[in-house]
Design a protein around this ligand. Structure first.
Ligand code: XIL
Length: 405
């Protein structure tokens, strides 16, 4: 396991030290389809019932939102039951790894778009938007990178990659994570920026350069900075560093339009951290940027073994977090990092000590809706419709359909 994943685990615990402080949602809606018996466990007063049968993508779209998930090619190309459920629930697909450097760049002078193209075609054929993840990251760099890239050629290597990849998918991408995880206070810099080969070779302006190059290659996609950040005290400096970076980029006229917030959450939330997080979303929106929740899941490695208790706690985190997130009109999309517990990176990166299968996602390993699904559905259903969006008429599926109230 690389250092980065340990960091991700640390960040995932951003709410983790606080106790669950009784955010109880409104109970008592008439339940047409009480999907699950309410267990008198952990928070017996909490009601996760959902009205109606609509899929998540429909519930989100009714509020001017996009819902979707990450998946790899291998699952969508081979598991027909999973694929059918993915098409039902998701309005946007983001490749989990197929657009990263390791997948696209077998050698310094080669690009291999085979799997990315398959996924792009799959999304468009099935009426889904397609997200790009990611053009620039300090992780997922191919083996040849360290022997080939240096301060003399780094700019050319970076811009060639972005021009070629963003150019290849131009017109087909809803949004690009142009730069991923550019802020890592634990790396010790006063500006909080991630120490990466790009930063070492090109200085802090590699970020603006990446955005300018992406905009030239694809004039239509929404260009995002994607960061892992939460509302906990341990992220005080991280939030500040991200805001400072965004302000600097905007003041330089950098073509950045949105902040992606990964949201690999720990198993408990506190009201105080949610309030701080709400303020952060407001601060980002005040910069006239959109916000996407890009990699939502709930790490259950430290939660009780009992599935009833665990699922209720995970669902509570989903609903509490999304309720706060969806108060912010600048939020336009919610993506989970996977759809079914059968395929989740946490099985590898955050396994449970008791070896029980992890349950971080809306559908269980048999593709059945869990309470986390209910929690998401409820958050979408309870969200208001005052969203703003960026119309993108060039993309066949690029606009968020507005429905009459
Ligand atoms: C992860 C994938 O889920 C894993 O399958 C892969 O081995 C490593 O990368 N933040 C990100 C994502 O931006 O790209 C990471 O995805 C999860 C953390």
């Amino acid at each position: 396991m690389s250092k980065n994943w340990l960091m991700t685990r640390r960040r995932a615990l951003w709410f983790g030290l606080a106790s669950l402080t009784g955010i109880v949602t409104q109970a008592g809606c008439r339940a047409m389809r009480p999907s699950y018996p309410i267990q008198a466990l952990e928070d017996p007063a909490r009601d996760f019932t959902v009205l109606g049968e609509a899929y998540l993508r429909e519930r989100a779209a009714a509020k001017g939102l996009i819902y979707g998930a990450a998946s790899g090619y291998d699952k969508l190309a081979s598991d027909t039951k999973f694929t059918a459920r993915f098409i039902q629930e998701c309005g946007i697909l983001v490749p989990e790894g197929e657009l990263k450097w390791t997948a696209l760049r077998p050698s310094p002078d080669k690009f291999d778009f085979t799997l990315g193209d398959w996924l792009s075609e799959f999304a468009h054929t099935n009426g889904m938007l397609f997200r790009g993840h990611t053009l620039v990251w300090n992780q997922s760099l191919p083996e040849w990178f360290k022997d080939t890239v240096n301060s003399k050629n780094a700019e050319q290597v970076l811009t060639t990659h972005i021009k070629t990849v963003a150019g290849h998918y131009a017109g087909k991408i809803h949004s690009w994570d142009v730069v991923n995880e550019s802020v890592s206070p634990e790396h010790g810099r006063p500006d909080g920026l991630t120490v990466s080969p790009w930063l070492n070779f090109l200085g802090v302006d590699y970020i603006a350069l990446a955005f300018r190059t992406a905009r030239q290659a694809d004039p239509q996609a929404l260009l995002c900075l994607n960061e892992a950040v939460g509302g906990g005290k341990e992220d005080n400096f991280r939030r500040k560093a991200i805001l400072t970076l965004l302000q600097r980029l905007l003041s330089q006229g950098t073509p950045i339009q949105a902040l992606g917030i990964e949201s690999h959450l720990g198993g408990r939330l506190s009201n105080a951290d949610l309030t701080t997080f709400r303020g952060f979303l407001h601060d980002v929106a005040s910069l006239d940027l959109k916000i996407l929740i890009t990699e939502l899941d709930v790490i259950d490695k430290d939660l009780p073994l009992d599935i009833n208790v665990r699922d209720r706690m995970v669902a509570g985190v989903y609903e509490d977090y999304l309720s706060v997130v969806l108060e912010e009109p600048a939020v336009i999309a919610i993506l989970t990092w996977g759809l079914s517990d059968h395929y989740t990176w946490h099985s590898t990166y955050n396994p449970r000590e008791d070896k029980a299968p992890v349950r971080p996602l809306p559908l269980d390993a048999q593709l059945k809706r869990k309470l986390a699904w209910n929690a998401m559905a409820r958050a979408f259903d309870n969200a208001s419709r005052h969203r703003t969006h960026i119309p993108n008429p060039q993309l066949s599926h690029g606009t968020i359909r507005e429905t009459s109230p």
